[in-house]
Design a protein around this ligand. Structure first.
Ligand code: HAM
Length: 414
């Protein structure tokens, strides 16, 4: 028998209520903040992601689903959403709209990672991007949106982690200092970090290895090495978050895994182990749009993984509304009444009445399903009803049953 590819999953009807709940809340919050929904293709030209996410990043070097299409063009299943949004922003003339341009998306995202709970090879993101403004007030707005979204879902055991990784001006000096520090501790590093020390020193800070974490805790801190402009931005952002009463912790080890970030980076992390790591993250990417050939355009955004949100909703036992049960279950008492039950069912559905039936099953089996369906009423139609145009209507909450005409039935159900 075939199985779903490793690291992918099926979202079954029983899980749907969680997804609907999250997507409804996401669309609501985006309406509140004035974000318009953008849908982009599932795949893009490979160069777009290599350029944006970074040629040296883990995502680009190890995790992309890249292939040549039949025309010989290299395409990649999107490993994140921001690059596609920026591409569409430039390609579709959004450059000319009043700034900031606020966009949101739901997107399936593909990364060839080692699958585990909450880490998939195809996952789903809800993301927001605010493009065209450099003010720290916009950083605060995006973080406030994210924070209100998570809180509105009913998640409370979350912590906002915040850091600034500076800009192209001030980062090189910090990276040099970081490298010098790590060189003195090289013998103690894990094998991956020995490679990072050469290839991507900033990522040394977010190694999950216990010994490396201790070394990172004592490492130089980026926030202490910002140029005056970045330091001012960070200070202003913190002031705005304080004004908005959004709690955060400064996390000097927060660097993010995509190369396009500058200045503000943030992540929302569950307090509890077992609720999976980061539920959402984002930051500023002021150089990305110019890097893609557009005019210099500062921007900031964030994204959250829906699978991880579902894990956290269950972990925190958040009560998520069930889909409404059907109004009525229609049963045929005998085979002779089966056609009439089918025609009546079609008529009721045309009137917008949600309905279940189990045609072809015994009356006993039909009534058992009616009980389990949560329907408010059961309509039983038998051979003796056919001539008179009547049915028996059972109120499932009281158990009371009456013979009613079809017209009366419709009135009652509507
Ligand atoms: P990211 O942190 O790579 O950021 O992913 C965003 C969120 O997607 C994560 O916080 C996590 O909840 C979820 N996620 C990531 N990888 C997986 C996976 N393998 N399985 C399940 N869930 C996963 C970005 O992608 C940036 N584009 C966010 C952003 C938007 N930055 C600025 N604007």
């Amino acid at each position: 028998m075939y199985q779903a590819p490793r690291g992918t999953t099926d979202i079954l009807p029983a899980e749907r209520k969680y997804w609907d709940y999250i997507q409804r809340r996401a669309a609501d919050i985006c309406r509140l903040y004035g974000y318009g929904r953008l849908d982009t293709p599932t795949f893009e030209e490979t160069g777009l992601f290599a350029r944006s996410v970074g040629e040296g990043s883990d995502i680009v070097t190890k995790e992309m689903y890249t292939f040549d299409d039949r025309g010989g063009n290299s395409v990649t299943l999107r490993p994140e959403g921001t690059a596609s949004v920026c591409r569409a922003y430039l390609e579709r003339g959004m450059v000319n709209q009043p700034k900031p341009v606020r966009l949101y998306y739901f997107a399936s995202v593909f990364r060839y990672e080692r699958p585990q709970a909450g880490r998939l090879r195809e996952h789903h993101q809800f993301g927001c991007e605010a493009i065209g403004d450099a003010s720290p007030m916009l950083d605060a707005e995006v973080i406030a949106l994210a924070w209100q979204f998570f809180g509105g879902l009913g998640l409370s055991a979350l912590t906002l982690h915040l850091n600034s990784i500076g800009c192209q001006e001030c980062r090189p000096a910090f990276v040099a200092e970081l490298k010098a520090y790590y060189q003195t501790r090289e013998a103690e590093l894990c094998d991956d970090c020995k490679v990072r020390l050469v290839k991507n020193p900033l990522r040394l800070l977010d190694c999950k290895n216990k010994a490396c974490r201790e070394i990172a805790a004592a490492a130089p801190k980026n926030a202490d090495h910002l140029c005056p402009a970045c330091a001012g931005h960070f200070q202003n952002l913190r002031r705005c978050l304080d004004l908005l009463a959004i709690p955060y912790v400064i996390d000097h080890c927060l660097v993010r895994g995509l190369d396009y970030y500058n200045r503000t980076v943030f992540e929302i992390q569950p307090e509890a182990e077992g609720a999976q790591s980061t539920v959402g993250g984002g930051g500023r990417y002021d150089d990305l749009i110019a890097e893609l050939g557009g005019p210099p355009t500062p921007a900031i955004g964030f994204a959250t993984g829906l699978e991880r949100l579902v894990i956290n909703l269950k972990y925190e036992a958040v009560a998520v509304p069930d889909p409404p049960p059907p109004i009525v279950f229609v049963a045929a008492a005998e085979d002779e009444a089966a056609d009439a039950a089918m025609v009546l069912s079609a008529e009721l559905r045309r009137q917008g009445i949600s309905l279940r039936a189990a045609p072809g099953r015994s009356l006993k089996a039909q009534l058992k399903q009616a009980d389990g369906s949560g329907a408010r009423y059961t309509v039983i139609i038998g051979a003796e009803d056919l001539a008179g145009g009547t049915v028996r209507l059972r109120d499932m909450t009281t158990g009371e049953q009456r013979t009613v005409s079809r017209d009366e039935l419709l009135g009652r159900l509507q």
